[in-house]
Design a binder for this molecule. Structure first.
Ligand code: ZN
Length: 216
């Protein structure tokens, strides 16, 4: 009976370790997250901000127009395609090229980053506006109910700052990356430790279960 309890405790500890490392792996590596702030990327966000690191050809993800530029702290060479937050696919995307961490070009002069996060400290207050009309509509309504790709269906704070891409890049790059996922080595370590606990448990249980050898 005591042997069963000991084996059970080992099994539970091992399962908890294996289960939590698997869960954490899925949470942090199984789905894309905003590299700058850690927010889980919805399909809408992925459509709104298409970002490529041109050094590695790696697709990058950002949750909002602010985090998009914060990525320049880790990726000095990027090709960005930002969708207008009001018009969605009805307006052309704005193409932004960043080289050596500096703004090289913006395809639309009137494009503005709406940095509501400056007032609310939340990425959900940021938008991307291709021109003054879009910015005004977003300021008044928060989002366009007819745009199925609206990334955040929320209102904006009054007097949301409108910043051109060049000025926004300077301040947001300085803010940089704040998200630190749990390291892969830690997750693998936890899984290996779980398997080790299970193996020790099985061995201990076998030893305890062997009937005592009668003395001759
Ligand atoms: Zn973000």
């Amino acid at each position: 009976m005591r042997n069963l309890v000991v084996a059970g405790v080992f099994a539970i500890v091992a399962l908890v370790m294996l289960g939590s490392s698997g869960y954490l792996y899925y949470q942090y590596y199984g789905q894309p997250r905003c590299e700058a702030c850690g927010m889980i990327i919805t399909p809408e966000m992925a459509e709104n901000y298409y970002i490529i690191d041109t050094d590695t050809n790696q697709r990058l993800y950002s949750c909002c127009s602010g985090c998009m530029l914060r990525l320049a702290a880790a990726h000095p060479d990027m090709h960005l395609e930002a969708m207008d937050s009001w018009y969605g696919t009805a307006a052309p995307k704005t193409i932004i090229e960043i080289r050596n961490g500096q703004l090289q070009s913006v395809s639309v002069d009137t494009a503005r980053i709406m940095l509501g996060s400056k007032l609310t400290n939340s990425c959900t207050s940021n938008r991307f506006a291709i021109n003054a009309t879009s910015a005004q509509l977003l300021q008044e309504n928060g989002y366009n109910p007819s745009n199925p790709l609206s990334p955040f269906k929320s209102t904006l704070p009054a007097n949301t700052p409108l910043v051109n891409v060049s000025a926004a890049l300077t301040t947001l790059k300085a803010r940089g990356i704040s998200y630190v996922p749990p390291s892969m080595a830690f997750l693998i370590g936890a899984a290996v430790a779980g398997i080790a606990v299970l193996a020790i448990g099985v061995m201990a249980w076998k030893k305890l279960s062997v009937p005592p050898v009668p003395k001759t």
